[in-house]
Design a protein around this ligand. Structure first.
Ligand code: MIC
Ligand code: SF4
Length: 644
């Protein structure tokens, strides 16, 4: 039996364990990626362990999320990360240079490498034949402090792409179709491996759009083969020497398979408030938009934005629509300036934003109250846009541009002849200017200089070790698919406090239940009960850290999203799972849960949880590796590593 691509890449990086699905493995990490959100926590962990130099190279710090700097907080965060980059040997990408995943594909992604990124969309680099996995800041920091990356070896699902996209239908529609087929839970426990004769016709940026949204299915990551198109892209980026050919063996085995015929796809849209509520764009003609956003790490390539410019050329945006465009990187922006596309966008009424995440995570351009936004980004969870009650639809750049002109969602083929897009392809050679991507040796300051910690940057909270008896009153009982944006939402007014943990904690669950923070503080020791896929979405470890700070010691859910569960362990919260999902229905807020033997009973992986006020008990599973169990016993990753 031959090997699939995932097995081939992991085989060369295995430090411990086995890549047989379900078993624990530890892999060596070649590269890491940090953003200015989770990267602040990772930086603090790095400082507290104080190694000589980061071992994974390149490690790149991207200042791309909190770039508004309406006051000093995030300017201080950036300065801090710049000094950490200097001290420990990381590249530093200045604000305005572009979005981490996008830039990483352009300048660093390398076929066959393994990358760990402190951001859930790290799988984007899977477009170039890498295994690129997202995690919280502490997970990434741990991986570079000699711990490697530990995970339960995922199963591999083959996503067979056949045929060829028709004009007006794009890679985003492939990603949305994948979500329609798999749902936001269907990928949990899998790496998605893209295969089939449809791949050859997809450029690297198109593959990046699809790999990017593999995380939305709950998958660990997504990976494409490295072929002639990968070589052409790397050559155009002046990096042909980074290319190697990589493909699965013809007789490779897969644990599951899904097929998508590109020739049959039509323009699609994800309706509020989940990326898997997917319908044909033509069915949404009565959805009027207040704003349209073209950008994000999913859809901000040169060809994406050029297509929008082509559609908008000579037209005007609808009087009721605000159109904003944020190119994925400065390289893209430069090309749009050079070929006149930027002028076409501006003439049509588009507002041009800096090359950053921006509206995708509510950093600017929050829609009006109860407003409707049509976006090319990847998540449409409630509150993420910065407006608690806005409705966000996710579409392709073509559909977004058509919507900006029509004022309501349109199948783009209804309003222009898609053949005009024939020349919207990626170039044979990109303009290369890395002057905003600074190598550690070129950053100012001495390597041993103290890091610059602005007043706003609080210390990471300290936890005690796991107690033998955990008594926790249920502070919140929630449904399925709770996102990290539900736990601690996006939006510039909230996210700007990311480094000031006590302040940031005041926003915990603020849209789901504004009374949560006060209640949790009063209870002092509390629990959260969740349904399936608890904690899906971003790698924002604050979704674990802040509840812990507010006294949450226990979460009991039907199932978890992988990254969030890792974060709960890293911050010392016991993540239990109902063995009998019907027990979920017997619990309510206010119930007093007691685990009598949290320390002595954990190794067995099963607890009896007493519901003190109701006089019954239920069994719950602790699905944790031996390593995670030791981290939990220590009270979290920081304690564990310090002790080591
Ligand atoms: C996101 O898209 O949700 C973010 C903001 O990029 C997050 C990162 C974070 O919250 O720190 C992610 O995807 O992990
Ligand atoms: Fe930035 Fe949005 Fe991509 Fe997250 S999903 S990295 S916020 S562009």
């Amino acid at each position: 039996m031959g090997m699939n691509l995932t097995e081939k890449i992991l085989a060369g990086r295995l430090l411990e364990g086995s890549s047989r699905p379900g078993e624990e493995l530890v892999i060596r990490v070649d590269q890491t990626l940090w953003s200015d959100l989770t990267g602040i926590m990772a930086s603090q962990m790095l400082e507290s362990v104080n190694p000589k130099r980061i071992s994974a190279q390149p490690t790149v710090f991207y200042m791309d999320h909190n770039t508004l700097t309406t006051s000093t907080e995030n300017a201080d965060d950036h300065l801090y990360m710049r000094t950490v980059a200097k001290r420990y040997g990381a590249h530093y990408s200045k604000p305005g240079n572009g979005i981490c995943h996008f830039l990483h594909c352009q300048r660093f992604a390398k076929p066959g490498h393994v990358m760990l990124g402190a951001d859930s969309h790290t799988p984007t680099s899977g477009a170039l034949g890498m295994i690129a996995i997202g995690g919280g800041g502490l997970t990434v920091a741990k991986s570079m402090l000699g711990e490697g990356f530990r995970m339960t070896a995922p199963k591999v699902m083959r996503i067979e792409l056949s045929g060829k996209l028709r004009p007006g239908v794009s890679a985003k529609d492939v990603a949305l179709e994948m979500l329609r087929l798999l749902s936001v839970k269907g990928g949990v426990g899998y790496i998605l491996e893209f295969a089939g004769d449809g791949i050859a016709g997809l450029s690297v940026p198109e593959r990046a759009t699809i790999a990017n949204m593999s995380i939305e299915t709950g998958a660990t990551t997504g990976v494409f083969p490295s072929d002639a198109a990968t070589r052409a892209f790397l050559k155009a980026q002046g990096r042909e020497k980074d290319w190697t050919e990589l493909s699965p063996d013809a007789d490779a085995a897969y644990a599951a398979a899904v097929a998508i015929n590109l020739s049959e796809l039509e323009p699609l849209a994800a309706k509020p408030h989940m990326p898997d509520i997917v319908v044909p764009a033509k069915d949404l003609a009565d959805v009027s938009a207040h704003s349209v956003f073209i950008g994000s790490c999913t859809n901000a390539s040169y060809s994406d934005i050029k297509k929008a410019a082509k559609i908008l050329k000579g037209k005007k945006t609808h009087p009721n629509v605000d159109l904003t465009v944020a190119p994925g990187s400065r390289q893209v922006l430069e090309m749009l300036i050079a070929d006149g596309s930027l002028a076409d966008l501006v003439n049509a009424g588009a507002r041009i934003l800096e090359c950053a995440c921006g509206p995708c995570i509510g950093i600017g351009q929050a829609p009006p109250s109860k407003g409707v936004a049509v976006r090319t980004s990847n998540r449409n969870f409630p509150g993420r846009s910065g407006t608690a009650d806005a409705s966000v639809y996710l579409v392709s750049p073509e559909t977004a541009a058509a919507t900006a002109v029509a004022g309501a969602v349109r199948d783009p083929r209804e309003i222009f002849d898609p053949r005009i897009l024939a020349d919207c392809t990626e170039p044979d050679s990109y303009p290369i200017d890395d002057s905003m991507l600074i190598r550690p040796e070129s950053l100012c300051g001495a390597a041993n200089e103290k890091t610059a910690r602005g007043e706003n940057i609080s210390q990471l909270p300290k936890n005690g070790p796991l107690a033998e008896t955990v008594r926790a009153t249920i502070a919140l009982r929630l449904g399925d698919n709770i996102t990290t944006d539900d736990i601690i939402p996006g939006g510039s007014n909230i996210l700007k406090h990311i480094a000031n943990i006590p302040k940031f904690a005041e926003f915990t669950f603020c849209y789901v239940d504004p009374t949560f923070v006060d209640r949790a503080k009063k209870l002092r020791c509390s629990a959260i009960v969740g349904g399936d896929n608890y904690g899906q979405g971003s790698s924002r470890e604050h979704a674990a850290m802040l509840p812990k700070l507010l006294g949450v010691d226990l979460v009991v859910a039907k199932s978890y999203a992988r990254i969030h569960k890792e974060n709960l362990v890293n911050y010392g919260i016991l993540p239990l799972e109902f063995i009998n999902p019907a027990d979920y229905d017997r619990l309510e807020a206010g119930d007093a849960l007691v685990v009598d033997n949290a320390r002595s009973g954990g190794e067995k992986g099963e607890y009896s949880v007493r519901v003190g006020n109701k006089g019954f008990a239920f069994t719950a599973r602790l699905n944790a590796s031996a390593y995670d169990w030791n981290v939990l016993l220590a009270g979290g990753a920081l304690n564990y590593l310090r002790k080591k």
